[in-house]
Design a protein around this ligand. Sequence first.
Ligand code: BGC
Length: 508
Amino acid sequence: MAGGVLVVDVPAGGFHGKVTASVVITCIVAASSGLIFGYDIGISGGVTTMGPFLKKFFPSVQRNAAEAKTNMYCVYDSQALTAFTSSLYIAGLAASLVASRLTATLGRRNSMVFGGCTFFIGAAINGGAANIAMLILGRILLGFGVGFTNQAAPVYLSEVAPPKWRGAFNTGFQFFIGIGVVASNCINYGTAHHNWGWRLSLGLAMVPSAIMTTGALMISDTPSSLVERGKLPEAKLSLLKARGKDSDVEAELAELVKCSEIAKAAGRAPFLTILERQYRPHLVMAIGIPFFQQVTGINIIAFYAPVLFKSVGFGSDSALIAAIILGLVNLGSILVSSFVVDRYGRRFLFIVGGIQMFVCQVAVAGVLAATTGVSGTKHITKGYATLVLVLMCMYAAGFGWSWGPLSWLIPSEIFPMKIRPTGQSISVAVNFGTTFVLSQTFLTMLCHFKYGTFLFYAGWIAAMTGFVALFLPETKGIPLNSMGAVWERHWYWGRFVKEQLHCQGNSH
Ligand code: BGC
């Protein structure tokens, strides 16, 4: 024992540094779960600007838009319309909390399969919706779907990836979210001019869910999850697949077994265990990171990019194109992140991305204030609208290499095995809960605070960047079961985790 922390026999540098073809394919398949979340993010923003959709389900909003009789920041200010977008998040929140149980007892992979199937049914109902009740029912099922997949997939990726490249592998999840966003924006662009276009946009959500569900059915569960569920031969097989057939996986398997036994011996319900003092830093991060991710204001940009661009004077088509450009920039920056995250570390990306987003939000507020006037009634000129788009692209790039992928990575890598699914659940629930509140209030906020809305988010970005600088230890390259050491060495968190027994020992 070192400093009261359990010692596990992990070789220096951890186990298994190798990247095998099998681990790459498995992780791509698992990461593709992000597709359904991304598809929905993009689709809901787009259909809510489509005339026939508004006419059928939200006629008063359509009248406002057609007559343009209100101040341009307020055209889409409707609680019912916002409820359409955000109902998914409430359902997702509830599902993510249940998901930790399912993920622990039935495995990470089965949670992904379950989530994919639920999403598929929701997409079918939405595509065929005859009234608003069907529309909301469909969205609730979509919410259940992403609640399960967002909880299980990041944990899956962190458990299977070689520690040295865990950041890059886990970033794949956000990358697929980004692909989903761009695909749905393109589809919206193609369907926008047809009366039934919104049906196609919503119904096509069945495609990404079919892709990810089929993929998930073909991969095996993570070694940790199989060990936890007492399936040792399968766990060994899964380890051999991930590390290569010729690898010696006995030591790693023995360590997983040891950690699982300690977890079982502790015997408390995971939602109680996580409240223990020794897990305070973990819990703070599982709540703080997703909360901060949302108050960067990303979804305001993502959901409402078309609405936003239309509100500040772009035509419908150019608003959708602007949303596509934004999505592509975001995608490129996620790729950059995957190359950098294991080299320069998580903290570096958080801080650089934070500064970049802060500057952009302040600048957007400045341009809108100067051009649309205090009342928001003046129309923005084409030149300034383009400047807003450029600034938003720079903002999206900042998010794409920092808070986007890292908010899925950090909660999935900091927890010990016994409470990892619980930690991830809390994190997804906070993510969805915050998204719900923000999306419910954003259009009203935009209507009343106008450009000041962007300053509100800039303030949060400054706060979260300071938070990371002070409180988040660097986790790059550390094997999951040795993560305890990073908290122990931390100037502030050290006092919470010292003298604790858990299976994240600083053994080497
Ligand atoms: C966030 C979503 C966001 C998306 C944008 C995700 O990481 O959790 O709320 O819409 O990134 O690409």
